[in-house]
Design a protein around this ligand. Sequence first.
Ligand SMILES: [Zn+2]
Length: 414
Amino acid sequence: MIRGDLRVEEGRITSVGPSGSPAADEVVDASGFAIVPGFVNAHTHVAMSLLRGIADDRELAGFLETLFAVDAHRSETDVEAGARAGIAEMILSGTTSFLDLYYFEDAIARAVESLGIRGFLGWAVLDPELTTQKGIPVENARDFIGRWKGHPLVSPLVAPQGVYVCGKETWVKAREVADSAGTLLHYHLSETRREVHEHQTKTGRRPVVWLEEIGVLGPRSVAAHAVWLTGEEIRLLAQREVGIAHCPSSNLKLASGGVAPVVELRSAGATVGLGTDSVASNNSLSMLREMHIAGLIQKNQRWDATILPAQELLDLATRDGARLLGRGDDLGSLEVGKQADFSLFRLDHPSLLPARPETVVSHLAYSASDEAIDSVYVAGVPVVRHRSLTRGDWKAIRESAESAAANLWSARPK
Ligand SMILES: [Zn+2]
């Protein structure tokens, strides 16, 4: 931790530390605040905010049955309403970048643009015969990338949903689209034992080994979950530089069983970030909560309180998340030359007491409340100030989300 000033010019950090000249166009008095790098939520489905609580306390099969039934009724308009509500929740809790997997991503991109967060938006791809999308999903992904590539806040990408809905041809095409467009590939991987078992029965290979054999594993890709892995699969993922989005709340709530081998993945050299997954399975988008749970679950599982200390948990939520996105040089920490994405935490908030230099990182990992976040900046632009959105009206966002939710909830199976 450094005591001092942060200077921002044209959206980037130009100095950190004791400052000689306070002269600037705008000076923000941050005394009494901790300046914390913006969080990177490495796996979510933001437009599902309308579905929070719709399938709680169910087995994965029942959970998915409800979600698929409701999904069939989704429209681009309600996806945008859900995305705006979810993005509001994320920026109010200190997240400045997120990696999304869904369809109608243009609607999500518009929500990103209007509220000022950074969206890494993966167009969901599955086999053409299994989708409700019009046209061929992988082609839709390619078109989506064409429409948004080069946008300062929106990074479009391809997102095969998982081995259970994507055959070899779909995976290979998705990889080709990502490689030719120079984007990330994002997918679900080995989330449940059942997924692994069924894939092995069908193909004779566990998912990671199969993806390696068909030429999909490689850098610039992020696999969400990765709970059920063998030692060989851990080595393969690390060797192939596949990033991992660990989603502990979602795994615990859906009783995926087992615990993702975060420590082994990191020791093998893989980059691991943290994701909330959607609010249908979390049920929050708070990265503070996710850090807390990630730490506790690993310590308890391994009978080792020294595992994943507070600074490493904060790294997972910031710097390592940025590396997953291929933006390690540009995002994820407060360093000269990087984008000015950060939050101001009120040090007088009860959840940060005692606010001493040696406790701040620990409080962020284990106790800080979202309510302690006063302001949030993306590329030096305030998107939250004094706990209010600066680029959107929460009342209007909430009202349109509630009315879109009412339609969707009426479609759920009884
Ligand atoms: Zn997911």
